[in-house]
Design a protein around this ligand. Structure first.
Ligand code: UDP
Length: 310
């Protein structure tokens, strides 16, 4: 197959790129490097099956030749970027999704949208299943990302219904692993880099808010199975092991062998209090279950961060 991955030099996009190249496909990786990094894909430079195009997918996209799959992963995704990059996030979720869907239509390609558990906002239903419509503040700091992705889901379904495009939507819960940016600002990279440096570990709020953390290889497998399925409606992919942020910080301090202390700082606006995926649909429709326990995934991630600094 010939596959386009937008955001292909990002954390998740680059792991998908690896996976498709491993399977013997041709991959075009399109990224404007706003938050992606060429280091994530530099191992493939010189591989004739790989092509990197530095491009902003909010502009009209031209790709020569056929495309079988388009996976739309371009977007900053860290809450730390929501203020700084708010308009870019809205544009890539809206204009970028429109352009990539238009390309899918022109090429007759199967399309997958990287959506998010943020579509559920600060959820009033727990755990979150795909039929929950969410609790999102459209004008809050997180609204730029949440509403962009909600719009992107609407646009994807509209192309599916009106233009008969074969589409998939994955709602990605907190994912971690090698290639997260050290300065990404999210909990896991922050905690690991702070603990490794012996600095205070910054937990926001009282640390009782929860997240469920999934290792990136499990996500890639779920996306692969979703692409091969016939499921057009959204599917949650995440690991239903719920951590409070204090517990996560303590675990990372323990695994890094650090003597860092936890310090509590202000909770950002609209920070969801709880988050836990209901993965019944992924199990039923895709036969997918996560296989990497947090204890294992966190250790692997810490090893990777250590090797990056070495
Ligand atoms: N968080 C924290 N300390 C940090 C970074 C994040 O306590 O240094 C908290 C954040 O407030 C949120 C949770 O960790 O409650 C997960 O945040 P992250 O940025 O990883 O992603 P989110 O799930 O909020 O999109």
């Amino acid at each position: 197959m010939r596959i386009l991955v937008t955001g292909g030099a990002g954390f998740i996009g680059s792991h998908l790129t690896d996976r498709f190249l491993d399977e013997g496909h041709d991959v075009i990786c399109m990224d404007n490097l706003l938050t992606g990094r060429t280091d994530n894909v530099s191992a493939h430079f010189g591989n004739p099956k790989f092509r990197f195009i530095n491009y902003d997918v909010t502009e009209y996209i031209h790709v020569e030749g056929p495309l079988d799959y388009i996976l739309h992963f371009a977007s900053p995704a860290s809450p730390a970027d929501f203020e700084r990059l708010g308009i870019r996030i809205l544009k890539v979720g809206a204009l970028g999704t429109h352009k990539t869907l238009g390309l899918a239509r022109a090429k007759g390609a199967k399309f997958l949208l990287a959506s998010t558990s943020e579509t559920y906002g600060d959820p009033l239903v727990h755990p979150q299943s795909e039929d929950y419509w969410g609790n999102v503040n459209p004008i809050g700091i997180r609204g730029v990302y949440d509403e962009a992705k909600r719009f992107a889901e609407s646009m994807t379904m509209a192309y599916n219904r009106l233009h008969d495009i074969d589409t998939r939507i994955v709602r990605i819960f907190n994912t971690y692993g090698p290639r997260m940016r050290r300065d990404d600002g999210r909990a896991i990279p922050n905690f690991i880099t702070q603990a490794m440096a012996g600095r205070d570990v910054t937990v926001y709020g009282d640390g009782s808010q929860t997240r469920s953390i999934g290792f990136v290889s499990d996500l890639v497998e779920g996306i692969r199975l979703l692409m091969d399925s016939t499921v057009n409606t959204p599917v949650n992919i995440g690991n239903p092991t719920e951590f409070s942020m204090t517990k996560l910080a303590e675990t990372i301090i323990d695994y890094t062998g650090s003597n860092s202390k936890i310090v509590y700082q202000d909770l950002p606006e609209d920070d969801p209090k709880i988050r836990l995926p209901d993965i019944t649909k992924a199990k039923r429709e895709l036969g997918w279950v996560p296989t990497i326990a947090p204890a294992d995934g966190l250790r692997r991630t810490i090893e990777w961060f250590k090797s990056e600094i070495a």
